[in-house]
Design a protein around this ligand. Sequence first.
Ligand SMILES: Nc1nc2c(ncn2[C@@H]2O[C@H](COP(=O)(O)OP(=O)(O)OP(=O)(O)O)[C@@H](O)[C@H]2O)c(=O)[nH]1
Ligand SMILES: [Mg+2]
Length: 154
Amino acid sequence: MTTPTKLVGPPNVGKSTLHLRLTGSRAQMEPYPFTTQFPEPGMLPFEDIQFQLVDLPANAVPAESGLGLGQIAPWLFERLGVVRVYAKLPGHRAEKSRPFTLRRRQTLADVAPLVHRDLVRALRHARPWGAPGFEGQQVGPEHRIADGVVALHS
Ligand SMILES: Nc1nc2c(ncn2[C@@H]2O[C@H](COP(=O)(O)OP(=O)(O)OP(=O)(O)O)[C@@H](O)[C@H]2O)c(=O)[nH]1
Ligand SMILES: [Mg+2]
C-alpha cells in the first residue's frame, strides 16, 4: 500500500529540489519561478513502505489581495479530473441540481452505489447524455463516465 502525499508551496522555494533529493525523481529545478508545470510523482522509501510524493506546480495566489482566487476551484476541478454525473432513475426526473462527483476513468458501476445500494447488483444498462457519440445510446456498467445525465436501468 502507498500513501499519496503532495508537495505544495510558493514558486521557486526548492520544492522540486527536495523532491529530487527524496525520491530520485526527474523533477525539473531551475532558478526561476513556475518551473514545475505538471504534477511529478516519485516514491520515497521508509523501512518497508513507500510514500508516493507528488511535486506540484506552485500555487501563486496571494491570499491577502485575493488575486487569482477564482482560478483555484476550476484548477482543482480540472487537475483532480472531477466528473459530474446527474443520475436519472426510471419514472423520475434527472436530479439536475445535485450531481454525483466522481473522477475521470471511473465507470457507471462506480456511480451505482452512490445512487442506491440496490443498484450495485441491479444495474443492467444505462443511457448517458453529455458525451459526444453516446447521446442516449445504451451502454453497460463498465462504461466510462462523462459529465452529463445518465439514465440508470435495472
Ligand atoms: N540556496 C538554496 N537554494 C536552493 C535550495 N533548494 C533549492 N534551491 C534553488 O532554488 C531554485 C528553485 O528550485 P526549485 O526546486 O526549482 O524550486 P520549486 O519550488 O520547485 O520552484 P517552482 O517549480 O518554480 O515552483 C533552484 O535554483 C535551486 O537550485 C536550498 O536549500 N538553498
Ligand atoms: Mg518545481
